[in-house]
Design a protein around this ligand. Structure first.
Ligand code: ADP
Length: 331
């Protein structure tokens, strides 16, 4: 067993009388993707700043180790293994992509020849060769993010912090970024990622922690988190209140949503199960006006844990039901 790439205990941070991090524990094994998920203002950037030595935790926090180095006593050594990219991008728009890269190589004390070699290699790898000699201010959002990551990689960091790497990107650039992140991890890098997008956490993360109210509300793989919420269901919706009442009376195992005139029947969403549900409805003479199949997703988990939907979530239209969580599953 190697030491985890990141280990933090009882991390605390307040600004004035506002508690942003209220004692959180994080452990990230090497060469994995860890995702800190939370809505805007949850404290994700604060966590990234502390873990990457850009901000100090409050007194009373437990120890933080990155790459095996204690941030309190070996910050310099930790910095040598850390790369950070985020909303505070290091890209200088006035100079070209290549010049940005060469500056970074200088900062890392690479020789001129080595700096040029690494620069060309990374520009090529991130599909920036053609634009390399244009001012970075002319780059698209996706190109700037790619340049930002390329600049971070000049120092060969073993642990990379990506603070909302795809916020504001179009779907195509987002998928390119996901591919880049997967390749980094396949090469042995550890990635600590923050996002507001459940879809992104689901796609990428080996483990996900949901940050809410300054604490980790739940942590696990996407599958484990999905198991926290009740299983899938078939939703039957009626337009006629009398039809709804009659159906509710004859389907004892359904949960009721009287306001929406909807009934939820437990279902795993399989063909066999759906056929059984339809047979039951036929036998009972129930004719719903709308029937939809719902499998639990991270949206439901997030809703269950935080009581709020995630803003700016691309491509989701399902209406989360309000599940009650098993106590032991939630910290
Ligand atoms: P997120 O990255 O999840 O959007 P942040 O970590 O940026 O959240 O912010 C969490 C909370 O801490 C916010 O309410 C923010 O206003 C506050 N905050 C962050 N940095 C500072 C600071 N330097 N001074 C005062 N308040 C801050």
């Amino acid at each position: 067993m190697t030491a985890p790439a990141i280990a933090a205990h009882g991390l605390r941070k307040s600004y004035g009388d506002k508690t942003v991090l209220d004692g959180i524990d994080l452990t990230v094994p090497e060469a994995t993707i860890f995702c800190l998920l939370g809505p805007n203002g949850a404290g994700k950037t604060t966590a990234v700043k502390i873990l990457s030595t850009l901000a100090s935790p409050d007194a009373g926090s437990g120890p933080v180790h990155v790459g095996g180095h204690d941030l309190a006593t070996q910050a310099q050594a930790a910095r040598a293994v850390i790369g950070v990219t985020g909303q505070f991008s290091a890209v200088d728009g006035l100079i070209t992509g290549r010049e940005n890269m060469l500056l970074m190589a200088d900062l890392h004390h690479l020789s001129k020849a080595e700096g040029r070699r690494v620069t060309s290699e990374l520009l090529e790898r991130f599909d920036l060769s053609e634009a390399a000699d244009k001012p970075a201010s002319t780059y698209s959002g996706g190109m700037k993010r790619r340049l930002d990551i390329a600049m971070t990689l000049v120092g060969s960091p073993r642990v990379i912090f990506l603070d909302e790497p795809t916020t504001g990107l179009d779907p195509r650039s987002r998928h390119t970024m996901w591919q880049i992140i997967r390749e980094l991890v396949a090469g042995g890098t550890t990635v600590f990622l923050t996002t507001q997008y459940l879809e992104e956490a689901d796609e990428l993360a080996d483990r996900i922690a949901v940050l809410h109210g300054g604490r980790i509300a739940a942590e696990g793989t996407a599958e484990e988190l999905k198991r926290l919420v009740p299983g899938g269901h078939v939703r039957l919706r009626f337009t006629d209140p009398a039809a709804y009442q009659a159906a509710a009376a004859s389907l004892a195992d359904a949960s009721h949503d009287a306001e929406a005139l909807a009934l939820h029947l437990p279902s795993d969403g399989s063909q066999r199960d759906l056929r059984a549900v339809l047979d039951r409805l036929d036998a009972a003479g129930i004719e719903a006006d709308e029937l939809t199949v719902h499998t639990p997703d991270l949206d439901d988990v997030f809703f269950a844990l935080t009581g709020s939907a995630v803003p700016n979530q691309p491509g989701t239209s399902n209406q989360p039901i309000k599940p009650s969580l098993p106590e032991e599953a939630v910290r």
